[in-house]
Design a protein around this ligand. Structure first.
Ligand SMILES: Nc1ncnc2c1ncn2[C@@H]1O[C@H](COP(=O)(O)OP(=O)(O)OP(=O)(O)O)[C@@H](O)[C@H]1O
Ligand SMILES: [Mg+2]
Length: 288
């Protein structure tokens, strides 16, 4: 059901080449190229004596809308930490297409197109959304540490930053310090900044966490408008969001894969019901 949620006037749900407003000026993530699959093989992570993740095997194919769910402490964020390179696995391998990226540092993975957001937002509170978006675009273009480019180049960066913000309904907030934005807008900005990096693989860690119900529409629209060829792995506790978004769901519990399948499979799985004691599986799931 990709794109079914996208109702925002600014946001195309057509999956047109990348969610980027304009052609790239040379980003390393080869805009337009199909995202390779992400393969996780027998991945494990120990913190001292504690096993946070063990023996996790998973393939996330190109264009996936894949949700990762599970009780608190199940290891969901740990898995994204390992995929993004923030933490190193104790066992197993991670491949991007045919390439083994297990040993690559986070910045190399980002250049290969693996971009994540964080469970608790990681924005610069004093920057405005415009400044943050400009930095994200400049970084993607390899201008993050270059100050001597012709001014025109910066004009193009500013234009693109404005387009990103407008596209996700943040134009009116472009010059407001981020800390002063409603929390729902802050969380949305985080996704916009990730998109400005032109990810091929987007890892979202609980994007709806902390958003009041009345503010979640922008987020739902943004998720519905992600380009069809972008591979998306989403951690989320909000089951309505999960079952609206995902075409495949992996359930983690106690650091291991408890179940993996279509939303309908997962909704019908007795072990999952047990792991979520007291949580009702939404009606949407029962309709596939
Ligand atoms: N750096 C660390 N050092 C020690 N233990 C850690 C570390 N990071 C995570 N853990 C532990 O690993 C387990 C899995 O944590 P993780 O954050 O991956 O869970 P989660 O599934 O994302 O949970 P939540 O839904 O609450 O976000 C937890 O018991 C956690 O305390
Ligand atoms: Mg987590």
């Amino acid at each position: 059901m990709s794109g079914a949620m996208g109702t925002h006037a600014d946001a195309s749900a057509s999956g047109a080449p990348a969610a980027a407003p304009r052609a790239d000026a040379g980003g390393a993530a080869t805009p337009g190229a199909a995202a390779p699959a992400l393969h996780v093989d027998r991945l494990g992570k120990r913190y001292g004596d504690f096993t946070a993740l063990s023996d996790v095997t998973l393939t996330v194919p190109p264009g996936a809308r894949h949700a990762l769910i599970g009780p608190n402490g199940a290891g969901k964020t740990t898995l994204i930490d390992l995929l993004s390179g923030l933490a190193r696995p104790s066992a197993g391998t991670i491949r991007l297409g045919d390439d083994d990226i297990t040993a690559l540092p986070a910045e190399r993975r980002a250049r290969l197109g693996i971009v994540r957001t964080f469970q608790v937002n990681a924005l610069f509170p004093l920057l405005t959304p415009f400044e943050a978006a400009s930095l994200a675009v400049a970084e993607r273009q390899g201008l993050g540490r270059v100050w001597w480019r012709p001014l025109a180049r910066y004009g193009a960066i500013a234009d693109e930053a404005h387009e990103w913000l407008a596209r996700f309904g943040l134009a009116a907030h472009a010059r407001t310090p981020t800390a002063a934005l409603p929390y729902g807008r802050q969380r949305l900005l985080e996704i916009v900044l990730a998109l400005a990096a032109r990810p091929r693989i987007l890892l979202l860690d609980e994007p709806a966490a902390g958003i009041p119900a009345g503010e979640s529409a922008g987020l739902f629209d943004a998720l519905g408008a992600l380009p069809a060829d972008m591979t998306v792995l989403l951690i989320e506790h909000d089951m309505d969001l999960v079952f609206r978004f995902a075409r495949r769901i992996t359930v983690l519990a106690g650091g291991a894969v408890l179940a993996d399948g279509t939303p309908a499979d997962i909704a019908a799985d007795a072990r999952v019901q047990e792991a979520y004691l007291g949580t009702s599986v939404p009606a949407a799931a029962r309709h596939g």
